[in-house]
Design a binder for this molecule. Structure first.
Ligand SMILES: NC(=O)c1ccc[n+]([C@@H]2O[C@H](COP(=O)([O-])OP(=O)(O)OC[C@H]3O[C@@H](n4cnc5c(N)ncnc54)[C@H](OP(=O)(O)O)[C@@H]3O)[C@@H](O)[C@H]2O)c1
Length: 247
């Protein structure tokens, strides 16, 4: 099989955590992995490990908050392929847990730059490569905290976590995904949350100081499933590894 016949995927923030595990799992499927990392050294170290295990990986320096970095990433990916089958917008920032009374626009702007403008920046720049694929798919990695249904459920611990930036950024990402899905029906745009919403669990990564109850493999089940949806598959849906999540 030549490189151009393989399924290609770009994963942002793939040097560690869920992004790296998604890269490992999709690499095992024989896909060509464009492993995005804002830090070249850590990205290359992560890529080298996957390559040593037999995966086909190209490390792509990619800071989702920088137009220049994203443009460079497009150029690098184009050196290897003329189409992108799957884009996984995984890179995310938790922000500091500042109470709404103390939150400032500056504080929130930094989180939005990564979690909201980042996926828009990357998606927009890679649209031509995605449009060139037969069954293009975009997976947005969101959170149960981005769901109005979850955040307003008193049984959910997140309803008692008082912050503005992270949850509202993921809610915005959810709406952005729906709007892309409606406007671009030839591309599948879906939202994955790594946790199990019904069980109030999440995946242990650096982002939560490894307090999550799920493994990164479990945390990537929803991401990998959406990355692999076929031409008849859904668009504009929000799922965790157990099934649909209420918006
Ligand atoms: N863990 C969970 O259960 C859970 C639950 C809900 C949602 N999520 C979402 O899942 C995604 C992955 O998180 P994780 O749990 O795997 O956390 P993580 O281990 O902290 O990974 C976050 C990744 O995002 C990257 N990143 C941050 N800012 C970036 C930027 N400006 N440009 C490029 N990459 C950037 C990080 O790079 P550096 O290493 O350079 O910092 C890292 O690779 C995030 O979107 C997060 O919000 C996770």
């Amino acid at each position: 099989m030549t490189n151009s016949e393989k399924t290609t995927v770009l994963i942002t923030g793939a040097n560690k955590g869920l992004g790296l595990e998604a890269a490992r799992r999709l690499g095992e499927q024989g896909w060509t992995i464009f492993l995005g990392s804002r830090d070249e050294g850590r990205g290359q170290a992560a890529a080298d490990k996957l390559i040593a295990d037999g995966a086909n990986v190209v490390m792509v320096p990619l800071d989702v908050t920088s137009d220049e970095s994203v443009a460079d990433a497009v150029r690098l990916v184009r050196e290897h392929t003329d189409r992108l089958d799957v884009l996984i917008n995984n890179a995310g920032a938790p922000g500091r847990a500042v109470t709404p009374a103390d939150a400032t626009a500056d504080e929130i702007h930094a989180v939005y730059d990564t979690n909201v403008y980042g996926p828009i920046r990357v998606t927009h720049a890679f649209l031509p490569l995605l449009q060139a694929a037969d069954n293009p798919r975009v997976v947005m990695v969101s959170s149960g905290g981005g769901s109005f249904a979850v955040v307003t459920d008193p049984e959910q611990p997140v309803s008692r976590m008082h912050e503005l930036a992270y949850s509202s950024s993921k809610a915005a990402l959810n709406m952005i995904t729906v709007r892309y899905a409606q406007a671009l029906p030839n591309i599948k745009f879906n939202v994955a949350t790594p946790g199990e919403v019904a069980n109030r669990t999440f995946a242990a990564t650096d982002m939560n100081h490894h307090t999550g109850q799920l493994t990164v493999t479990e945390g990537t089940d929803s991401i990998v499933r959406l990355a692999m949806v076929d031409a008849d598959g859904p668009t504009g849906i929000f799922v965790d590894r157990l099934g649909p999540v209420a918006w």
